[in-house]
Design a protein around this ligand. Structure first.
Ligand SMILES: [Zn+2]
Length: 379
């Protein structure tokens, strides 16, 4: 059985973007309630994992904050300064819809630290698989800009740290319902980091994550976007994993897999319009762990990203980490109602993006020459 490590820190749960509604701060027409990414919900998720007994399979690790040296693997000093300054003031926007409180700068450093240290633990062989329950999320944060609840790009910094440690090829899979524009931008010209994003077409950021965005220069072919139409459920997501992610990963041959494992494609999430269930996240996670076993000596790190259903997020995280531990799907009291809604079956309009990618994406229609570089057979 693989060695499993669990990274979380209490201070991550103290990050709070302040009073507002949904994703907007209090302002004209917006009553005080709470913004998303306030995380009593995440602490509740950790509670469910503990109560279920699944936490006992993991070795808990308390991360240390990422250093400036770590953060600057991806971010500019000016960006780090803006996050620190806004947080020191106790409130305000550190970028674009990236509000903070007094604890946010430290929480964000701990979130990055968790992902970097989990990656290093997996590379050292201390752990095989790791899960990072972190806040704030990261995949929208760009090198020079905090964005959409994300202050630093946790997974992107972890990938750069793996490269610093000598890893040549890294696969990043991102199944958060939004497009990870920050991860894509970081690695858009890098042939050694394959970024695969499965997201709801046109959701956020606007006009980001199109099928035609496949990388530039040396990085051409090392970005793979799967923008799915709203309403996709269990079968559509598994079809993408089986028909896009798996063959792309086998061609790319990563030495490490990182997963931006948001759960906002869940069927009760207020920020997305997808239909995934605990079974979906359990099945996708199992497949990714098996891919890591096949291709990357078992080395895989999962980091939480989005997830905004107060009642369903804990169950989706439990399903994810149960699969990491090789355990069966958890008993999910919400499963019955979600599986009886229309939309769990794969529909023809959903397969179109898969078929398009299979026909046109350089990585899905290519072989490697003996130097390990991608060679497009279609040309
Ligand atoms: Zn998201």
């Amino acid at each position: 059985m693989p060695n499993l490590a669990w990274y979380s820190h209490e201070i991550c749960f103290w990050h709070d973007p302040g009073s507002g509604s949904g994703y907007l701060p209090v302002g004209p027409g917006i009553e005080p309630l709470r913004q998303f990414a306030v995380d009593p919900d995440l602490r509740r998720a950790e509670g469910l994992v503990k109560a279920s007994g699944v936490m006992d399979r993991f070795t808990p690790v308390t991360p240390t904050p990422a250093t400036d040296e770590d953060l600057m693997l991806v971010h500019t000093p000016e960006h780090i300064g803006r996050v620190e300054a806004a947080s020191a003031l106790g409130s305000g926007d550190a970028g674009v819809y990236a509000h903070v409180n007094y604890h946010s700068a430290q929480a964000a450093r701990l979130a990055v630290g968790a992902c970097v240290q989990a990656t290093e633990a997996v590379l050292d062989g201390w752990a095989d698989r790791a899960y990072c329950l972190v806040r704030p999320p990261g995949h929208h944060a760009e090198p020079d800009r905090a964005m959409a609840l994300c202050l630093y790009n946790n997974v992107a910094v972890a990938a750069r740290a793996a490269q610093r440690a000598g890893v040549r090829r890294i696969l990043v899979v991102d199944w958060d319902v939004h497009h990870g524009n920050g991860i894509q931008r970081t690695f858009y010209e890098d042939p050694d980091v394959l970024y695969v994003s499965i997201h709801q077409e046109g959701l956020f950021p606007p006009a980001s994550g199109l099928v035609g965005e496949t990388g530039v220069g040396a990085g051409t072919g090392a970005t793979l976007n799967v923008p799915l139409p709203a309403g996709c459920g269990h079968e559509a997501y598994l079809a993408v994993v089986d028909r896009v992610v798996t063959p792309a990963a086998r061609t790319f041959a990563p030495e490490l897999i990182l997963v931006a494992a948001g759960v906002d494609a869940g069927g009760h999430d207020p920020m997305g319009r997808m239909m995934c269930t605990s079974r979906t996240f359990h099945a996708m996670t199992t497949r990714l762990c098996h891919l890591a076993d096949e291709l990357a000596a078992g080395r895989i790190v999962f980091a939480h990203e989005g997830g905004y259903s107060a009642w369903y997020q804990p169950m989706l995280i439990l399903a994810t980490v149960s699969a990491i531990a090789g355990l069966p799907e958890p008993q999910d009291p919400f499963l019955h109602s979600l599986e009886h809604l229309p939309g769990q079956r794969l529909r023809p309009h959903q397969t179109r993006v898969i078929e398009h990618l299979a026909a046109h994406h350089p990585l899905l229609n290519s072989t490697r020459d003996h130097d390990g570089r991608l060679a497009d057979q279609a040309r």
